[in-house]
Each structure stands twice: as C-alpha cells, then as structure tokens.
Ligand binder design. Structure first.
Ligand code: HXC
Length: 258
C-alpha cells in the first residue's frame, strides 16, 4: 500500500516506519494515524518482520495529536466516535518488538506513542513532554498512566502539570529512554539494536515482550507465575533446542522461528 504520511523501509528482518508529515512536525492527524495503524498491523502480520523501528525526522519524532484537527470537536463528537481510542490502542497491541528512535520533539501524543513502543533510543536533541495542560487539555493516549508507571509519580506529575519539556539526558536518567546517542548516530544505533533482536527467534522475542509488558498489568506473584508458564513453553520450540545445542557445540545458533 502507498502511504502519504509515512515512509516504509525494510532492512533484512527489520521494518523501518518513518513518520513523514514535516509540515506539521509529524503531528498525528487522522490520515497519519490511519496509515500508521495500517503499517504497524501489516508489519506485525508479516512473519518476515522480526523487529520494527518507528522514527520521525531530525526535528521531530511527533509534536502530538493534530491540534488544528481536533480544536473544534464537541464533547459529543469526541465521546461518540470514541476519539483516538481505536487507533491508538491498536498501536499498543502490536506483538512484534518496536523500538522508537526519537530525535527532536516527542510531545503529547508523540511522547505517548514513544511510550507505547517497547523501548526508546533517543538522539541527544530529543525533547519529551506532555504539554496538553498548556492548551487546556490533558494527555489522552495513556500519557498520565504510562508515564506514572514508567518514571514514577514525582516526574509524571511534574511533566503533566507543568507541561515542561525534558531533555534526552534527564529522560535517560529517569528511565523514560533506554539509551542516548549523538543525533548523527541515532538510526545506526537503532538499526543495530533492531537487527540484534531480529537475529533471535521471532516467537521467543515476542514471548519476552509479552512477559515484560505483563509486569505493568498484574501483581508480582501473578507476573512471576505467567513468566514461569511462558518459560516452560519455550521447551516446546525448535529454537530452544537449537539455541542450547549451539551453545554446547560452541557455534552460532540457526534459529528458524519455530
Ligand atoms: C498541529 C502542529 C503541531 C500539532 C506543530 N504544528 N505541532 N500542528 N498539531 N501538535 C505545526 C505548527 O502549527 C506549524 O505549522 C508547524 O507545525 C511548525 O511548528 P512551529 O510551532 O512553527 O515550530 P517551532 O516554533 O519550532 O515549535 C515547535 C513546537 C511547537 C515547540 C513543537 O510546534 C509546539 O508547541 N507544538 C505543539 C505541541 C503540543 O502542544 N503537543 C500536544 C498536542 S495535544 P504552520 O502551518 O503554522 O507553519 C496532544 C493530545 C494527545 O497530543 C491526546 C491523544 C492523542
């Protein structure tokens, strides 16, 4: 499918999805969100894709939901069309690992989208924020919830109540991002990490993702029980047999996604 606001690239088993609506700093309007949902679902359904990298431009990952598009919505419209829920929740249901490679602004819905990915690699010029309060709104795609869970109450309250931006170093310090790299190295670093993941067994990496995400949903004892059951199930895969045999034989494993 041809996209207007996205560029898609495939590098071996890695699918790169680039937000490309530069005239609005990649603000998510309906067209961009529909296309992104479509592209993520297509990548997730493709057995040849073992990792996804979601990125934007050097200036902006995404500056939020499109303010011009939503400014005149009424409550009844927002409520009856269940504004944003369908699309945005879909993005968080993707089972293939997703790395967000963030340069520049990741604000409002842009920050929320980055938090829906599995981890963030940030360029040193990245700026994160939930500035909705400055335009008379609140985060609407999980910002108050994911930020509180990921970086704790103090930082989440500070970010959501003041609407201030947080630079890449602070974001790494408080656990919002996994790594910070010079801007020029962002895509190389993200691709290197993605290829590393894609070099492992696809079903096993999906299990890892599912288990880590479970930690944010259930009490520890239930999470441990869930992990134990999934751990037991890896012994039903050919890739576990191959991985452990390769270790014993002192050679690289040849995973088959089976
Ligand atoms: C629509 C946007 C936009 C947005 C930027 N633009 N952000 N359009 N929605 N969220 C447009 C501008 O109107 C402008 O278009 C062009 O992009 C360039 O932006 P400038 O403001 O001229 O650039 P700059 O001075 O460099 O400032 C960058 C910025 C600023 C600091 C990121 O654009 C900004 O504050 N943007 C809004 C950030 C924000 O509040 N995001 C949260 C949105 S609410 P024109 O045509 O005028 O040149 C949200 C709710 C999520 O995300 C709820 C669930 C999805």
């Amino acid at each position: 499918m041809a996209y207007n606001c996205l560029e898609i690239d495939n590098d071996d088993r890695v699918q790169i999805i680039r937000l490309a609506r530069p005239e609005a700093l990649n603000a998510f309007n309906k067209e961009l969100m529909d296309e992104l949902t479509e592209a993520l679902k297509a990548a997730d359904a493709d057995p040849k894709v073992a990792c996804i990298v979601l990125t934007g431009s050097e200036k902006a990952f995404a500056a939020g939901a499109d303010i011009k598009e939503m400014a005149d919505k009424s409550f009844v419209q927002a409520y009856t069309e269940d504004f944003i829920t369908a699309n945005w929740e879909e993005a968080s249901r993707i089972r293939t690992p997703i790395i967000a490679a963030v340069a520049g602004y990741a604000l409002g819905g842009g920050c929320e989208m980055a938090m829906m990915c599995d981890f963030v690699i940030a360029a040193d010029n990245a700026k994160f924020g939930q500035p909705e309060i400055t335009i008379g709104a609140i985060p609407g795609a999980g910002g108050t919830q994911r930020m509180a869970k990921y970086i704790g109450k103090a930082k989440a309250m500070d970010m959501c109540l003041t609407g201030r931006m947080m630079g890449a170093e602070e974001a790494e310090r408080c656990g919002l991002v996994a790594r910070v790299v010079p801007k020029a190295e962002l895509m190389d670093t993200a691709l290197e990490a993605a290829k590393k993941i894609a070099g492992f067994s696809r079903p096993i990496s999906m299990m890892v993702k599912e288990c880590v995400n479970r930690a944010f949903e259930v009490p520890l004892s239930e999470g441990i029980r869930f992990e134990r059951r999934v751990f037991h199930s890896v012994f039903a895969t050919e890739d576990q047999k191959e991985g452990m045999k390769a270790f014993v034989e002192k050679r690289d494993p040849n995973f088959k996604d089976a």
